[in-house]
Design a protein around this ligand. Sequence first.
Ligand code: PEP
Ligand code: MG
Length: 561
Amino acid sequence: MVDTAGAVVPVRMQGTPVVPGVVYAPAVRPAKANLELGAEGDLAEVDRAPESERFLLAANAVAERLRQRASRSSGVAAEVLSANAAMAEDRGWAGAAAARIAGGMPATHAVVAATAQFTAMFEKLGGMMAERVTDLLDVRDRVLAELLGEAEPGMPLPEVPSVLVADDLAPADTAGLPPGMIIGLATERGGPTSHTAIIARQLGIPCVVAVPGLGGVVAGSWLLIDGDTGEVVDGPDPEVARVRVAASEVDRRAAEGWTGPGRTSDGHPVQLLANVQDGPSAQASTSSPAEGVGLLRTELAFLDREAEPSIAEQAEIYGQVLHAFDGLKVVIRTLDAGSDKPLRFVTHPDEANPALGVRGVRIAIAEPHILERQLDAIVEAAKGASVAPWVMAPMIATIAEAREFAAQVRGRGLVAGVMVEVPAVALLADKVLAEVDFVSIGTNDLAQYAMAADRMSAELASLTDPWQPAVLALISAVAEAGGRAGKPVGVCGEAAADPLLAGVLVGMGVTSLSSAPTAIRPVGAALAAVTLAQCQAAARAALDTESPAAARAAALGILRP
Ligand code: PEP
Ligand code: MG
């Protein structure tokens, strides 16, 4: 975008990151299929069989070309090209087109109509099937080009390393990417399991999908793509962009070689833990450098249950997690049912605002036995463990709730804590900490409630950003209270997965960070590169700002000078 004085103004967009890494390069776009379908009128009886034949020959020619490209490719690229070749010859789809031609429709129109019938069906099925819509539209355009005698739609052949920008990419496009010349991908549509994402992962090209506004990017403009955060910037400051690319390269190398344990360069320990949801995910995260589990989201293990699992069943699942990390810290969170994670066996009223309703620990007020049985199951599971599990409640809002919960947990010989997700508890952190053995800050909900912004809303994502100075101030107040009480203060929301923010949190006094296991290495490597004093300076600087962007910039200036 250009302002009135003719200067380029960066345009920031936010999408879903799927392959990490940062690139900065000019944008290229695939050639659009610009196909004129011709007259729609009824075919004469005598022309219908030859038209049908012409359609089949076109579909076969496209299938054959895709198969040849598959034979020249390897791995996933070859698989998706073969799958698309099969789609061009699919009997259902070809039959739907042929039936229309037999009814008098010209082949081009019949192909469009048959494709629309199938894409509507795929979209209705949703999920993986909906993501195959792009593949079928690609086949349609290739067959149309063949019928019309036009060049096959396809990829540009850039002369300098470029970022490929598209509405969505078909596998035939991504599979045929000129190696070394396309160094990043961004698409307006698509999801983390779309073919674009699958092939980008295979090629190791930084990739961001589902980026609203990307349609406004013109070929030739310089783009920054951040596959770690999902940020896409059209026309960024070139110097800033180059620094980010270089930093990402350094980070990537450092993260690959980092093995733990979590500590700053001057030896200040910071436990780096994994967020898990059941036995298999805990087992899988043992291959990361996680020093334990910082958040077992127990409700996620029971999303498909009609009835409350028995104590024995629950004990079996919690036991698997304890076993996977035997001898290490495991923090089990009691059921956080309701709002975005409803459980069928937990009854609570229909509510106008479920995020502000009877969720998390509030359910125990109406149905105390569910919590009691869950705590009994944890005791049962812990019988075979060498370290007593830490148990915490979600959505605590008052001192009395913290006190009551801690009594129940300690009464069973377990270590008692609460989550800090409601600002009321952050504001009274000293008093809450007096009641419990530890706290863990859930920054996802803390940001939602502090900023009065739905965490599920893409439109409000800038408000629920954990870098919001108001959210940072609440976290800092809790961390300081933890220091005064001499009790651990963890962070287990998404904020703990941000390598730059990790330094700021540690500087505030946070003692452990729990995140998706894949984030542990980048966070560990980032902490290993800075001193505690730098973290403390970054925390002070970030807290002194008025916006997330300024807070990030302040932290960058100190932690990555
Ligand atoms: C949080 O709110 O930050 C948190 C860790 O809990 P959940 O995301 O499960 O609500
Ligand atoms: Mg939460």
